[in-house]
Design a protein around this ligand. Structure first.
Ligand code: UD1
Ligand code: CA
Length: 429
């Protein structure tokens, strides 16, 4: 039987260089937290039973995020923060008696993929390692821990930048901060950590040396694609990571047959599915979880905010915002509209400037709008939700609709048009 895996994700650090009130790991890329990317990558392998998230700086905020979003994650408080080894040790009690494998990762590496984690685990098992550390070969290894080997190329340990000799500084193989441990064999390493180093911290990296000194097998797994180990420490790096994620998403969609007219100005979240032959026009921003069918036309200048489902051949045009809405096939929302908390049938036509007024600012409640097949709304109409517009019903331009409109009817709220003849001459006099 396959061994069980649990993860420890280190997320207690301060992230000073973000210069933010928000803890580093809760900064978002496409509306999803950095920490969420890491937990999801681990969970997507389908191998992790439980994730221990080490929290410290802004602990409550991080814990709330984790508890609200994950069933198989538990937070462990690290206070004070005495280094990465001390951080991982906070899950030690919870792991008592665990006889599987433990993967340890930093909580600030959103680009690591579940495919790579899978390979890493396979490699560890194939080689029967007691410990595997994920490394990368970098042109500029500055600031990273270096992977030190003996004259035969065997792994000896990891030396932190601040503890390196001049010779070791030249080593280009670095520690990415991801480890896999055979827990029964290696857990005791945590009881033997000390802080006799340049930073007076308990280094997680020291478990490598401990494992080797015990005569157990420790190896490194070299990353194929260095960008996966990219850690976020600043707003600049956050923006760089977002760009990489965006390009990965667009490449995949292009491969799947989606037309993206201008990838440079198109933003699509990783959790959006789009079927082939849909065209995404420039300056379109799609965030959150969405499902978009075939032959749709989206944009230019459209915003889709999440929980949106579009059938086939739906048009979402310029300056249109859509949120939490299901739209069936052949329906058009072509210009200047807001559609939120709504369900639209087939072949509906939403006139320019139609707004679903879904939000009561005083009670903070949101309400639903339902528009059935073949219905149409005239330009500049407001539908005050909750409202149900029946099949084949029409709404006249400029109307404010605050009641349901029955099928086949016309709903119209409009002050009668007055024409004052000779107005120009009267005003002039
Ligand atoms: C660490 C590694 C280094 C590696 C690098 C990769 C050690 C000693 N060094 O260095 O070899 O090349 O990561 O990025 O492990 N954290 C806590 N509690 C603490 C300290 C840190 O939870 O007391 C968390 C941070 O939030 C962060 C992670 O651990 O997610 C890494 O901490 P960081 O200070 O960035 O480690 P580095 O010094 O960069
Ligand atoms: Ca770091």
């Amino acid at each position: 039987m396959e061994k069980a895996i649990k993860s420890i994700i280190l997320a207690a650090g301060k992230g000073t260089r973000m210069k933010s009130q928000t803890p580093k790991v809760l900064h978002k890329i496409f509306n999803k937290e950095i920490l969420g990317y890491v937990i999801d990558a681990v969970n997507s392998t389908g191998k992790a039973q439980e994730n221990y998230i080490i929290v410290g700086h802004c602990a409550q905020q991080v814990e709330d995020y984790v508890n609200n979003n994950y069933d198989n994650a538990k937070c462990c408080l690290q206070s004070p923060q005495l280094g990465t080894g001390h951080a991982a040790f906070q899950a030690y009690e919870d792991l008592k008696g665990f006889d599987g494998e433990v993967i340890i990762l930093n909580g600030d590496i959103p680009l690591l993929t579940s495919e790579t984690i899978d390979k890493f685990i396979e490699e560890h098992r194939k080689n029967n390692n007691a410990l595997t550390v994920m490394s990368a070969i970098l042109e500029d290894p500055t600031n990273y821990g270096r992977i030190v080997r003996d004259e035969n190329g065997n792994l000896k340990g990891i030396v932190e930048e601040k503890d390196t000799t001049e010779e070791q500084k030249k080593i280009k193989e670095i520690n990415t901060g991801v480890y896999l441990l055979d827990w029964p064999k290696v857990h005791e390493a945590f009881l033997n950590l000390d802080s006799n180093n340049a930073q007076h911290e308990y280094y997680l990296t020291d478990i490598v040396k401990w494992t080797i000194n015990k005569g157990l097998k420790a190896r490194s797994f070299v990353l194929e694609n260095n960008e996966e180990s990219f850690g976020i420490n600043s707003k600049k790096q956050l923006a760089e990571a977002a760009k990489i994620i965006k390009n990965r998403v667009l490449d995949k969609l292009l491969d799947d047959g989606v037309t993206i007219v201008d990838p440079d100005t198109t933003y699509i979240s990783p959790e959006t599915e789009i079927e082939a032959d849909t065209i995404i026009y420039p300056c379109t921003y799609i965030e959150g979880k969405n499902k978009i069918g075939r032959d749709c036309k989206i944009g230019p200048f459209a915003r889709i905010r999440g929980d949106v489902e579009l059938g086939d051949s739906v048009k979402i045009g310029n300056f249109v915002e859509i949120k939490k809405t299901k739209i069936k096939s052949h329906t058009n929302v072509c210009h200047l509209s807001y559609v939120g908390d709504s369900t639209l049938g087939c072949n509906v036509n939403i006139g320019a400037g139609t707004i679903t007024a879904n939000y009561n600012h005083i009670t903070k409640e949101k309400f639903q709008t339902v528009i059935d097949d073949n219905a149409s709304t005239g330009s500049n109409s407001v539908i005050v939700a909750p409202a149900h517009i029946g099949e084949n019903a029409s709404i006249g331009a400029g109307s404010v609709i605050s009641k349901d409109i029955e099928p086949n009817a016309l709903g119209l709220t409009r002050a009668p048009l007055k024409i004052l003849k000779g107005w120009f001459d009267r005003v002039k006099r």
